[in-house]
Write a protein that binds this ligand. Structure first.
Ligand code: PRP
Length: 189
C-alpha cells in the first residue's frame, strides 16, 4: 500500500552480528532468577536498576523470581552519545528508597570500563545496606579499567560496541529483543 509518510527502515538492517539471542537471554534469566531466589530466600531484597539500559532486564528478571522483591531505579550518565566512556559519572536520578539495612542487588545491563559500577558501589555502600551485590547481563572484561565485583553475570561479550535489549546508540535500538553489533557505517555516519 502506498503512503505519504516516510517509512522508517527496519532497525535490524543496521545490525552487523547478533551476539546474544533473545532465546539465550530468556534461558539465562530463568537460571539467574532461580539462583537469586535461592540466595535471597526469606529476604525481601531491593533490586536497583540502572537506567536507562537496565529497564528491559529488570522487567524480565523480576518475572523469573518468586522472592518478594522491591524495585527502584537510578539513572547516571557516562557515555553521552559517543561509543566510548568519558570516565565521568553523573547521577541524574537518585533512589527513592532508603537502603540502610536492606539487601540491595544492583542490576546493570552492561559493565564496560567498570567506572559507572565502581562509582555506584561506593556511593551505595556509604548508605550502609545490609548487603550489596551486582547482577550484570553483559560484561566486557577486555574493556575493564577498574576491577568491580560482579556476583551474577549473564554473558561475556568482546570489546565491541553493542546495542539492543536496553542498550542504545544515540538513544536508538533499545527495543531490539537481542544484543548485537552495529554495521560500522551506522556510527561512522
Ligand atoms: C551504560 C550502561 C552502564 C555503563 C557501563 O550506561 O548502562 O551503566 O554505561 O559503562 P562503564 O562500565 O564503562 O562505566 P549509559 O551511560 O550508556 O547510559 P544508558 O543506560 O542510559 O544508555
Amino acid at each position: 500500500m502506498e503512503t505519504a509518510e516516510p517509512v522508517a527502515p527496519d532497525m535490524t538492517e543496521d545490525i552487523d552480528e547478533i551476539l546474544v539471542t533473545g532465546e539465550e537471554i530468556r534461558t539465562r534469566l530463568a537460571e539467574l532468577g532461580k539462583l537469586l531466589d535461592a540466595d535471597y530466600a526469606g529476604e525481601s531484597p531491593l533490586l536497583v536498576g540502572v537506567l536507562k539500559g537496565a529497564f528491559m532486564l529488570m522487567s524480565d528478571l523480576v518475572r523469573h523470581m518468586h522472592t518478594p522483591v522491591s524495585v527502584d531505579f537510578m539513572a547516571c550518565s557516562s557515555y553521552g552519545s559517543a561509543t566510548r566512556t568519558s570516565g565521568v559519572v553523573r547521577i541524574l536520578k537518585d533512589l527513592d528508597t532508603d537502603i540502610e539495612g536492606r539487601h540491595v542487588l544492583l542490576v546493570e545491563d552492561i559493565v564496560d570500563s567498570g567506572l559507572t559500577l565502581d562509582y555506584l558501589m561506593k556511593n551505595l555502600r556509604a548508605r550502609r545496606p545490609a548487603s550489596l551485590e551486582v547482577l550484570a547481563l553483559l560484561t566486557k572484561p577486555a574493556a575493564r579499567r577498574v576491577e568491580v565485583p560482579i556476583r551474577y553475570r549473564g554473558f561475556e561479550v568482546p570489546d565491541v560496541f553493542v546495542v539492543g535489549y536496553g542498550l542504545d546508540y544515540a538513544e536508538r535500538y533499545r527495543n531490539l529483543p537481542f544484543v548485537g553489533t552495529l554495521k560500522p557505517e551506522v556510527y561512522q555516519g
